[in-house]
Design a binder for this molecule. Structure first.
Ligand code: GTB
Length: 216
């Protein structure tokens, strides 16, 4: 059965692939699994029908043969476990790739989300200007450590995996901030991810949604 995912009807990022459905689209493209997309408005995301799929009223969700999933890490892991191409066959290498998936959402994404909160939700607070350097330095600390881990390698641990897919999508949140450019090997790593044909297909698909929403 073709899985169905949900995505923003009108993405606030204007189609730049920053919304989290991008991770799921990219994973599905990497493994060659066709999918349907149901677009939801912000209002619909808070209604019972969507809350039954995603208790926090967010996108994306994933539905397939009566299975309903939320949380992008879990969705990408589900896809990677059921299709070849995103996790190594060797059990230890597979476990390490899954560690990198958790690292992306637990260790790296947290400080990056703090920056988004400071810049948008807390933009008008009197203390935001004072707080921003601390928030940015926490990100730099993690990026420095990650930069050392990657070194000159192409991917985090051998061949491209779901760990890289999650990490690249998390790091892309920093594109506008310029912080990524302070770590040339990380900027190159993200560029390598974005150059993958599956990424391009996923990006084009979500950008087409934005373009269609502009025409309405
Ligand atoms: N932990 C969950 C997961 O990984 O699935 C988080 C899901 C999540 O945060 N979804 C966001 C959402 O539905 C969309 S991606 N938000 C609506 C709400 O909470 O009411 C976050 C996002 C939104 C906008 C941009 N942007 O404009 O650049 C980027 C990322």
């Amino acid at each position: 059965m073709t899985p169905t995912i949900t995505a923003f009807e009108r993405s606030p990022d204007r189609g730049r692939g920053q919304s989290r459905d991008m991770r799921v689209r990219w994973a599905l493209e990497e493994v060659g699994q066709p999918y349907d997309v149901r677009l939801v408005s912000f209002a619909a995301m808070k209604q019972p029908a969507h809350l039954a799929l995603q208790p926090f009223g967010q996108i994306p969700t994933y539905e397939e043969d009566g299975l309903v999933l939320f949380e992008t890490g879990a969705i990408v892991l589900h896809i990677a476990e059921r299709h070849a191409g995103l996790l190594p066959d060797d059990a230890n290498a597979r476990a390490r790739a899954i560690s990198w998936m958790f690292c992306a959402v637990n260790t790296i994404e947290g400080p990056i989300l703090e920056l988004q909160t400071a810049k948008f939700a807390e933009a008008n607070e009197s203390w935001t200007e004072q707080r921003l350097p601390m928030v940015k330095n926490r990100i730099r600390h993690r990026l420095g450590q990650l930069s050392t881990c990657i070194g000159d390698a192409e991917w985090l641990d051998g061949a491209f995996s779901a760990g890289d897919l999650m990490m690249v999508t998390v790091l892309r949140r920093l594109t506008i901030s310029g912080l990524l450019d302070e770590y040339p090997n990380l900027a190159a790593y993200v560029a390598r991810g974005e150059a993958r044909p599956a990424f391009q297909r996923a990006f084009d698909a979500q950008f087409a949604v934005f373009e269609a929403s502009e025409e309405k």
